[in-house]
Design a protein around this ligand. Structure first.
Ligand code: URA
Length: 205
């Protein structure tokens, strides 16, 4: 099921999807990353959760949401009774984009071209999983899924449609919550994130 550049959709067998993602060279991001990070979870999950891209820890471990953002997600998910094992969790972009500063690798937001190249894989994951709902965490996921780059600030908590016809609920990215310095702003945003995870559970039942 390898890529043919003229193909517009991935149409390999389900079992080959993650291996094909791992072999991807569709955009330059694969050159500096350790490995691609495909989604994780049941291929028939009712809920798909989409983040931005792997971070430093995900790039090294090969698992999505394994670092600090994933730990925050796990904590809120546990609070609302959402079992991560029941969810298919993935990213809009499958390779870590960073610049090296000394020993540190500093995260860089993927650009429109990288997002659109990687949409091919996101669409393939959606086609296989066929979720009842997609939770888009942050602006990159919202852009990849809906095509709209408008600010998450005005879209959070609302349901939009993906180009593939799924309902997409838009929420904050956990890394954004971790970056919020003001305690009151953080508490408010955490409350909204918790409410959105609750709503995701309600919408798939
Ligand atoms: N941030 C993301 O968007 N995805 C991850 O997998 C980790 C951090």
């Amino acid at each position: 099921a390898q890529l043919a550049s003229c193909q517009s959709v991935w149409d390999g067998p389900k079992e080959a999807l993650h291996a094909d993602i791992s072999a991807c060279t569709r955009c330059p991001l694969h050159r500096n990353a350790t490995q691609a990070v495909p989604g994780a979870g049941p291929m028939d999950a009712d809920l798909m959760i989409v983040g931005e891209q792997p971070g430093d820890i995900e790039d090294l471990s090969g698992k999505p949401f394994a670092g600090p953002a994933g730990q925050l997600f796990d904590k809120v998910a546990a609070d609302v009774g959402l079992d991560r094992q029941q969810v298919y969790i993935t990213n809009a972009v499958k390779h870590f984009k960073f610049i090296a500063r000394g020993r540190h690798r500093i995260h860089q937001r993927p650009n429109a071209s990288e997002i659109s190249h990687c949409r091919w894989w996101l669409d393939a994951e959606i086609k296989q999983v066929k979720p009842k709902l997609i939770l888009a965490m942050g602006g990159t996921a919202a852009e990849a899924l809906t095509g709209s780059r408008s600010d998450v600030l005005s879209r959070r908590g609302l349901i939009e449609n993906s180009a593939t016809g799924q309902r997409v609920l838009i929420t904050w990215h956990p890394s954004y919550l971790l970056r919020l310095g003001d305690p009151q702003a953080r508490a408010n945003a955490m409350g909204q994130f918790t409410k959105d995870l609750h709503m995701s559970i309600d919408l798939i039942h």
